[in-house]
Design a protein around this ligand. Structure first.
Ligand SMILES: [Zn+2]
Ligand SMILES: [Zn+2]
Length: 569
C-alpha cells in the first residue's frame, strides 16, 4: 500500500544522519566542555606526537589539536572536531583560528594542507557544501514549500572509518560526518531560503544528498485535502475502476482510457485539483463507499484526497470547490474543503459511522416456499460479536471464520413424476385425485395430466399486505438488531460470517400504488456502519433476518437506494 511510503522515507532520512545524537539545529546546546588554555599545555606535552598513538590526547587538548592539523584536517573538520567553536562562529572560522594557533607554535605545519591535500576525516567533502547547497536550492525552486528536510547518503565504510578516528582524536560531543555536513549545508541554505523552515520531521520535501555522486534526490511529500462529497447521479463509482477487458492498459472496449467507467467521484474531484496544485497523481480515501448505483445525499460523505508531488500547496479552497462543482456539472458536489494530513486518512478509514439511507422498492407476491427460505434459521454461533469489541472492523477477518456456513434449505418439488404415474392403475390415480380434492373423471392420461398440473405444496401465495400493515411493519424495524450473513455479492472480499447490525431509526414510509397496479414503497432509515441495506429489504435468500420481505410476507424488489447522511465529523 502507498500509505507506507512516509514511514519508509522517515527511516531513510534519519538513517542519513548517523547513528549518534542527531542535532542539526541545536548546535548552541552542544558547546564544548570548559578546557584549559592552549599555552599551558604546549609546555607540558612537547614532543610526544608521532611516537605512540596512545599518548595523543583528544582535542581540544592542544596536542590533540596539533595532531588534527598534522594529519591534514581541513578547516571545516578542524572546527567541527576541535571543540573550540564559539557560538557565533562557523566551523570553518573556528578551524581557521585553531590552525593559526597551532601554526604559531609549529611553523613547520604552515603548509601541511599542500603536503596532505585530502582531509582524512571528510575526504574534502566540506569543500562541496556550496555546490550541494546550490543544487538543493535550484531543485526545490519549482515547489512551493514551507518545510524542508535534508538527509545524506554515505558509503558505510566511510562513516565507520570517520567514526573511529573521531572517537579517538576529536573533542567529546563533536558532530559526526553526516550531521556535520548536513548542518553546514543547512547553514548555507538557510541564508538563502525565504519562508522555508528546515525541519527534522513532517517535511514538504526531503532532499536526500548522495555524497558519492554529489547529487540530490527530492522526495516531494503529498498534499492532503479533506472534504465531503454528495453523489447526485447514479452509475458513478467512488474510485477509478480499471477496464475489465484490458486491466487498465487501454483497449478498444474502453476507448483507450483504461477505465471501466468514464468517470468516478475520485476523478471528478481529483482532476481539477491536479491542475490547480500542479500535482502528478491523486488517490482517494472515503469514509466508506456507496455502490455504483447508489447516490449519496444529505451532508455528503467525508473523504481525504491525496495529491502526489504537488508544485503548489496553498490555494483558495472556496475557489477549488467552485471549480470542481462547475466541472462536475451536477454529477457530484463537494463542500467543506480544507487542508488535511496523512493521519486524517487513517481516521477517515477507521471511523465506523451510522448512515442514513433512502430506499425504494416494489412489492410482489411471495409463496410459502419462498417465505420458508427467507426465514430458515441462521446459525448465530458464527457471529462476529467478539471481534466488534476490538478495533478491527474492516474486513472482519478472523481465522476461525473460514469454514462455510450451512447454505439455505433446499425447497421440495411436487413429489409426482410422469413415469411413475403412467405405471399406476387407473384406480390408484383416481385415489390420488380424491386425496388432493381433484376431479376423478376422465381417461387415465387426463388424470395424470391433472395430477402433474396440481400446484406444488407451498406454492400458494400470501395476500399482499395493505398499506396500514406495510406502514406499521416498516416502522417496527426501528431498534431491530439484524443478523446479516455476508451477501454473496461481496463474499469474495469479506469473510463469510454473520454480523449483527442495528437499525437505529426508521422514518414513515411513502406507499404508492402505481399505474400497473404494483405497490411501491419508499422510506428512510438510519443504520449502524456496515449494514447491508438492500439485503435488509429483500432478505438475501434468508441471509439477512429479519428482512422487510420476511416481515411483509411479500417479495421486495429494490428499485433504487441513496445514502443520505453519514453521521460522523
Ligand atoms: Zn575535512
Ligand atoms: Zn480496456
Amino acid at each position: 500500500m502507498p500509505e507506507d511510503d512516509d514511514e519508509d522515507w522517515m527511516k531513510y532520512a534519519s538513517a542519513g544522519f548517523g547513528q549518534t545524537n542527531y542535532s542539526l539545529w541545536d548546535e548552541e546546546t552542544e558547546e564544548p566542555e570548559e578546557t584549559p588554555e592552549v599555552d599551558q599545555f604546549d609546555l607540558d606535552m612537547p614532543e610526544q606526537l608521532g611516537t605512540h598513538m596512545e599518548e595523543i590526547p583528544r582535542a581540544p587538548n592542544p596536542a590533540g589539536l596539533k595532531h588534527l592539523v598534522r594529519v591534514g584536517c581541513c578547516d571545516f573538520c578542524l572546527g567541527r572536531l576541535g571543540g573550540k567553536k564559539r557560538y557565533e562562529q562557523t566551523i570553518e572560522q573556528s578551524g581557521i583560528e585553531i590552525r593559526q594557533t597551532v601554526i604559531d607554535g609549529n611553523s613547520h605545519l604552515a603548509n601541511i594542507r599542500e603536503e596532505i591535500p585530502l582531509c582524512p576525516f571528510c575526504e574534502n567533502l566540506f569543500d562541496e557544501t556550496d555546490l550541494l547547497a546550490d543544487i538543493i536550492y535550484d531543485s526545490i525552486e519549482p515547489y512551493e514549500i514551507k518545510r524542508l528536510q535534508l538527509g545524506a547518503r554515505f558509503p558505510k565504510d566511510q562513516i565507520e572509518e570517520e567514526d573511529a578516528q573521531r572517537k579517538r582524536y576529536a573533542a567529546t560531543g563533536s558532530d559526526g560526518l553526516k550531521t556535520g555536513l548536513v548542518a553546514e549545508i543547512a547553514r548555507k541554505l538557510n541564508k538563502r531560503l525565504d519562508g522555508v523552515k528546515l525541519v527534522n520531521e513532517k517535511p514538504h520535501v526531503l532532499a536526500l544528498i548522495d555524497v558519492l555522486t554529489l547529487t540530490v534526490e527530492l522526495d516531494v511529500r503529498a498534499h492532503y485535502i479533506y472534504g465531503r462529497y454528495r453523489k447526485l447521479e447514479r452509475g458513478i463509482p467512488q474510485t477509478r475502476w480499471p477496464c475489465r477487458a484490458c486491466k487498465g492498459r487501454g483497449c478498444e472496449k474502453c476507448n483507450d482510457t483504461g477505465l471501466q467507467y468514464e468517470s468516478s467521484v475520485q476523478d471528478l474531484i481529483g482532476n481539477p485539483i491536479l491542475d490547480v496544485l500542479k500535482a502528478e497523481e491523486h488517490s482517494f480515501h472515503g469514509m466508506g463507499r456507496e455502490d455504483i448505483d447508489v447516490r449519496c445525499m444529505g451532508r455528503g460523505r467525508p473523504f481525504v484526497i491525496e495529491l502526489k508531488e504537488p508544485k503548489l500547496r496553498s490555494c483558495s479552497y472556496e475557489e477549488l470547490e467552485n471549480i470542481i462543482n462547475t466541472q462536475a456539472a451536477g454529477a457530484i458536489e463537494v463542500t467543506d474543503l480544507r487542508s488535511s494530513n496523512r493521519s486524517e486518512v487513517v481516521r477517515i478509514k477507521d471511523t465506523p459511522a451510522d448512515k442514513s439511507y433512502t430506499i425504494r422498492f416494489k412489492l410482489l407476491p411471495m409463496n410459502e416456499l419462498e417465505y420458508g427460505v427467507l426465514t430458515a434459521p441462521l446459525d448465530l454461533t458464527k457471529t462476529d460479536r467478539k471481534s466488534r469489541k476490538r478495533k478491527q472492523r474492516r474486513g472482519d477477518k478472523r481465522k476461525d471464520n473460514t469454514k462455510p456456513l450451512p447454505t439455505e434449505i433446499i425447497t421440495e418439488e411436487n413429489g409426482f413424476n410422469q413415469d411413475e404415474l403412467t405405471k399406476m392403475k387407473k384406480a390408484e390415480l383416481e385415489a390420488i385425485c380424491v386425496e388432493h380434492k381433484l376431479a376423478k373423471t376422465g381417461k387415465k392420461n387426463e388424470l395424470i395430466e391433472r395430477i402433474l398440473a396440481m400446484p406444488k405444496p407451498g406454492s400458494s401465495c400470501f395476500d399482499l399486505p395493505d398499506h396500514e400493515t406495510i406502514k406499521s411493519t416498516i416502522m417496527s424495524l426501528e431498534g431491530t438488531k439484524l443478523a446479516q450473513r455476508t451477501p454473496d455479492r461481496v463474499a469474495h472480499r469479506r469473510a463469510d460470517l454473520i454480523r449483527r447490525r442495528d437499525v437505529v431509526t426508521v422514518h414513515e414510509p411513502v406507499i404508492e400504488t402505481m399505474e400497473d397496479g404494483v405497490t411501491e414503497v419508499e422510506f428512510t432509515l438510519r443504520c449502524e456502519s456496515g449494514t447491508y441495506v438492500k439485503e435488509t429489504i429483500h432478505g438475501d435468500n434468508g441471509r439477512t433476518q429479519p428482512s422487510v420481505a420476511s416481515l411483509l410476507k411479500a417479495k421486495c424488489e429494490v428499485i433504487w437506494l441513496d445514502v443520505g447522511d453519514i453521521h460522523a465529523d
